[in-house]
Design a protein around this ligand. Structure first.
Ligand code: MN
Ligand code: MN
Length: 296
């Protein structure tokens, strides 16, 4: 890995970790979710990075992809199990990390995913079979009496790319493919006391540009011009409505979705509405691996 690239990954990870830690302290009963998301995104920028994707706060049975839109009045409740997912980039180099805060009595569920990510991180080095990471994650989570979420996985991270190969399973998938020196990956186990499978439900508020195509409507062209500044990274509905208003933004986004230019990512609940915890770190694969999101 180029030393300039290494430096940017480390800087990105440091910012994502600091922003995650900052956000975790804002997670308290009675606080509005949207206020935390705004504050953490500002924190990333104040530290010299940019969000690699919108800050997401998914509660209870939702594993991921809950991102408040403008006017969202959701307030954290007593008993909530709260996942905070934060990504940063520096010149495009992406880091991704997450944690769970328990506002009820689900400490063991939180510990299950945290111990699982640490168990997997201990195995990271060039030549290890990817399935071995999933096996370690599954063993730890099942040891607590919970299930790993099988249809969510870790992923490669790269320049202006949050999800690329390899996919890092959260169960013993038997994948013999090996980690390669210099790879950058995010490992993110989810533990569930329900089905251990998620589905898509509800309207997306997180979107991503997936193709480049000319569009006809001047409205939509304005929206697309704004979207292009994210260079293929995910963005929040809220970021666009601040500039263009709700009506115009939704009109433009719908056109772009129909044209196959933009894709939405709906919230991901457990299919049996079990509670879910998550822990995530980004790591560079070397003989001495570097966990870039480790908070010092
Ligand atoms: Mn994440
Ligand atoms: Mn991730």
């Amino acid at each position: 890995m180029d030393s300039e690239v290494l430096k940017k990954f480390k800087e990105s990870g440091r910012i994502a970790a600091e922003a995650l830690n900052y956000g975790s302290k804002l997670i308290k009963v009675g606080v509005k979710v949207i206020d935390i998301c705004d504050a953490v995104e500002e924190k990333i920028k104040s530290l010299g990075g940019q969000p690699a994707f919108p800050v997401q706060i998914s509660r209870n049975d939702i594993a991921a992809h809950y991102c408040p839109e403008e006017g969202d009045i959701t307030v954290l409740q007593e008993g909530d199990i709260v996942k905070l997912d934060v990504g940063a980039h520096v010149d495009g180099y992406v880091s991704d990390n997450a944690l769970t805060v328990d506002l009820g009595d689900n400490a063991a569920l939180v510990k299950a995913s945290r111990d699982a990510v640490n168990a997997a991180l201990k195995l990271v080095k060039p030549g290890v079979a990817i399935g071995e990471l999933g096996k370690a994650i599954q063993q730890v989570i099942e040891g607590y009496g919970f299930l790993p979420v099988r249809n969510l996985s870790g992923h490669g991270i790269n320049k202006y790319t949050v999800h690329e190969s390899p996919s890092i399973p959260n169960f013993d998938s038997g994948n013999k493919e090996e980690l390669i020196e210099g790879q950058s990956i995010a490992i993110e186990p989810f533990a569930s006391n329900g089905a251990g499978m998620i589905c898509e439900r509800g309207n997306p508020t997180v979107f991503m540009q997936v193709a480049r195509k000319p569009v006809r409507s001047p409205f939509t062209r304005q929206i697309l011009k704004d979207i292009e500044q994210y260079k293929g990274l995910a963005f929040a509905l809220r970021w666009l409505t601040k500039t263009h208003g709700v009506g115009k933004t939704k009109f433009g986004l719908n056109e772009l979705i129909k044209a196959g230019v933009v894709r939405g990512f709906p919230p991901l609940p457990d299919v049996n509405n079990g509670l879910i915890s998550q822990a995530e770190h980004s790591v560079l694969v070397f003989d001495k691996p570097i966990v870039i999101t480790r908070f010092e």
